[in-house]
Design a protein around this ligand. Structure first.
Ligand SMILES: NC(=O)c1ccc[n+]([C@@H]2O[C@H](COP(=O)([O-])OP(=O)(O)OC[C@H]3O[C@@H](n4cnc5c(N)ncnc54)[C@H](OP(=O)(O)O)[C@@H]3O)[C@@H](O)[C@H]2O)c1
Length: 230
């Protein structure tokens, strides 16, 4: 049966591939894109089951119209992917060089953005909604080997704890996990990364579609289904 899907951060990269794959499967796909790229505009134009909304997850006011339109169009979400995130290469610096005042901007987009989407769409989210918050293994506190990546790892660690607290607040009434997509060949991951975005997107979809079977809510996964430490 066709599902109802919401994807944030789908103008390009992994989010775009997730939206495209679900559209090909015949699902109704609600796409939140900050930049209206040619590829996402064409995706929506060419497919009657794709619905495109302009939305910026870093700003409650700029996101509100998209969330209102999605609530008006969909009675219930089957899978919600919070993919939107930023990574500023120029912030890859040791503490001595780092502009600390820039860190909140990344935390705002990468962690608060997902909470804005979850809060705004709450009326059409329930215990049957699979919620995939896309994070990064670089933010595993127990195992990370990053040495000069404060802002990004801090932002993803904030998303991780936000997901856990969201799970604690809602218990079995919500099915929310954090997932690392792997190192992926996108604008963010760069051309030498391990995985094609279509492959990573396919694995995230597989995980989302099988979430109910494992009762994994509040856990942290790698794209291939392996459990990660926090
Ligand atoms: N690629 C990797 O190797 C890798 C590794 C670990 C984790 N991740 C995570 O995987 C996810 C997807 O990454 P990616 O590689 O596909 O990155 P990407 O190619 O840089 O795409 C990022 C997407 O997020 C959107 N976005 C950024 N800020 C936004 C905002 N304020 N509001 C709405 N959308 C916004 C971008 O839209 P615009 O076009 O408007 O900028 C774009 O669609 C991210 O959460 C990332 O942190 C990626």
């Amino acid at each position: 049966m066709a599902k109802t899907i919401v994807v944030s951060g789908a103008s390009r990269g992994i989010g775009f591939c997730i939206a495209q794959r679900h559209i090909q499967k015949g699902d109704s796909v609600h796409i939140i894109a900050r930049t209206q790229t040619e590829q996402v505009i064409n995706l929506a134009k060419e497919n009657a089951n794709a619905f495109l909304y302009q939305g910026d997850v870093s700003d409650t006011q700029k996101l509100a119209p998209a969330l209102s339109q999605i609530k008006a169009a969909a009675a219930h979400i089957d899978i919600l992917y919070n993919v939107a995130a930023v990574f500023f290469e120029e912030d890859r610096k040791g503490l001595a060089e780092l502009d600390i005042d820039r860190i909140p901007e990344m935390v705002n987009t990468n962690a608060c953005g997902a909470l804005r989407v979850l809060k705004g769409l709450a009326p059409i989210i329930d215990e049957h909604t699979a919620i995939i918050n896309v994070s990064s293994e670089a933010a595993c506190i127990g195992t990370t080997e990053e040495v000069a990546l404060y802002s990004y790892t801090m932002s993803k660690a904030a998303l991780n704890i936000a997901t856990k607290v969201y799970h604690n607040e809602h218990g079995k009434k919500r099915n929310a996990v954090v997932v690392c997509p792997g190192w992926v060949r996108t604008d963010m991951g760069g051309p030498t990364a391990d995985l094609a975005p279509e492959y990573s997107a396919g694995k995230l979809i597989e995980l989302a579609e099988n979430l109910d079977k494992q009762d994994p809510s509040g856990l942290f996964f790698k794209y291939d289904g392996r459990l990660l430490p926090w």
